[in-house]
Design a binder for this molecule. Structure first.
Ligand code: ZN
Length: 186
C-alpha cells in the first residue's frame, strides 16, 4: 500500500512539474515505477483529490492515454464550498445549459461530443475577491471552464435553440427556457 501511495505522490509531483504539458503512458508509467495501475492513480488524483488533470474525455485534442494538468490548483476544494442549494438555484436561474457555449447538461458537447457536465463558474474569480453566491455564479461546461474550446465565440445557433424549444410543450417552453428565449429576442 505504501508503495502505491508513493507512486501516486511521484505522479502528482511529476504533473505539478509539468503543468500544461501533454503526457502519455510512456512517460507516466515509469514515474509510477512501472506499476500497471498508474492510470488509476492519475484518475484518483483527479477524482478524489480534485487535481485538474484532463484526458481525452475532456478535450478533443487529447488521445486516449494522454493526460495534462492544467493548473496546480485543486478544483474540488473550491467547488465543495458551493452548497447544493446554491448550485440548484444557479441552474434554476440559468437553466441546465453552459452559459458560455450553450451546451446542454447530459447531451453531447458540441466541442468534443462527450456528455456535458456543468460546473459552477465564477463571474468574478475567487482570486479577485469573488464569492460563492448565486449572483456570482453561472453554469459552465468543462470545455469552457478549462478554456480549452476555441469555439466559445460561436454561440448555439438560433436554429438549434428553436429546434430544442419546439420539442417541449408550449407552457414548458416559456417556463423552463426563459434564458434561451432571452438569447433569441435579446
Ligand atoms: Zn460551454
Amino acid at each position: 500500500m505504501a508503495k502505491v501511495d508513493g507512486a501516486k505522490k511521484r505522479l502528482l509531483a511529476h504533473f505539478l512539474a509539468n503543468i500544461g504539458r501533454v503526457m502519455d503512458g510512456d512517460e507516466l508509467r515509469p514515474v509510477a515505477n512501472n506499476r500497471s495501475e498508474w492510470a488509476r492513480r492519475v484518475r484518483e488524483l483527479r477524482d478524489e483529490q480534485g487535481y485538474q488533470i484532463l484526458s481525452h474525455t475532456d478535450r478533443a485534442d487529447l488521445k486516449p492515454g494522454q493526460y495534462v494538468m492544467i493548473s496546480p490548483e485543486r478544483k474540488e476544494a473550491a467547488e465543495r464550498a458551493i452548497s447544493k442549494e446554491t448550485r440548484a438555484r444557479v441552474l434554476e436561474v440559468y437553466g441546465s445549459i453552459c452559459y458560455v457555449c450553450g451546451a446542454i447538461a447530459g447531451e453531447p458537447n458540441p466541442a468534443n461530443g462527450r456528455a456535458t457536465a456543468l460546473h459552477m463558474g465564477h463571474i468574478k474569480a475567487k482570486s479577485h475577491g469573488g464569492d460563492d453566491t448565486v449572483s456570482n455564479l453561472r453554469p459552465v461546461c468543462m470545455v469552457c471552464n478549462t478554456g480549452a474550446s476555441n469555439i466559445t465565440a460561436e454561440l448555439p445557433s438560433a436554429k438549434r435553440m428553436i429546434a430544442e424549444l419546439r420539442k417541449a410543450p408550449r407552457a414548458e417552453q416559456l417556463e423552463q427556457h426563459p434564458i434561451r428565449w432571452n438569447h433569441l429576442i435579446g
